[in-house]
Design a protein around this ligand. Structure first.
Ligand SMILES: [Zn+2]
Length: 131
């Protein structure tokens, strides 16, 4: 077993906390949106045919944030799943054991430092020629 009981428990707690924080933040934002909606007198400034993009841009931003939240939530759930199924602490790329400090610093981490480095460099477009 690569993970000690205490590391396992700490990761589990951190992930569940992160999950609650994230869901709480999303919920708070959704509530705020719903609260705001009626005050923007629907139709008051709407001119038929005048498709001003302002409102569209705002909602696009919010959709983007929500997508980021969804990704984070998936990472947390995946990490929790691995904790439950025994795959936690193993690099998904090379299969080596990820150090406890790294797991505790970032419980959603999926790769060892060497692989993370390589993957970031491979996906790091815009830093000059790749070869
Ligand atoms: Zn690795």
């Amino acid at each position: 077993m690569p993970l000690s009981q205490s590391v396992h428990e700490q990761m589990s707690q951190r992930l569940q906390q992160a999950r609650e924080d994230l869901l709480g933040a999303v919920r708070a934002r959704t509530d705020a949106d719903e609260g705001d909606a009626p005050s923007i007198a629907p139709g008051a400034h709407t001119v038929p045919g005048d498709d001003r993009p302002t409102a569209e841009m705002i909602s696009h931003d919010e959709a983007h944030l929500a997508e980021h939240d969804t990704n984070t939530l998936h990472e947390i759930d995946a990490a929790l799943g691995k904790l439950a199924n025994g795959g936690a602490g193993i690099c998904e790329s090379c299969g080596c054991e990820i150090p406890d400090e790294r797991l505790l610093a970032t419980p959603t981490v999926r790769f060892c430092i060497a692989c993370q480095d390589r993957i970031e460099k491979e996906s790091g477009i815009g830093r000059g020629p790749t070869m």
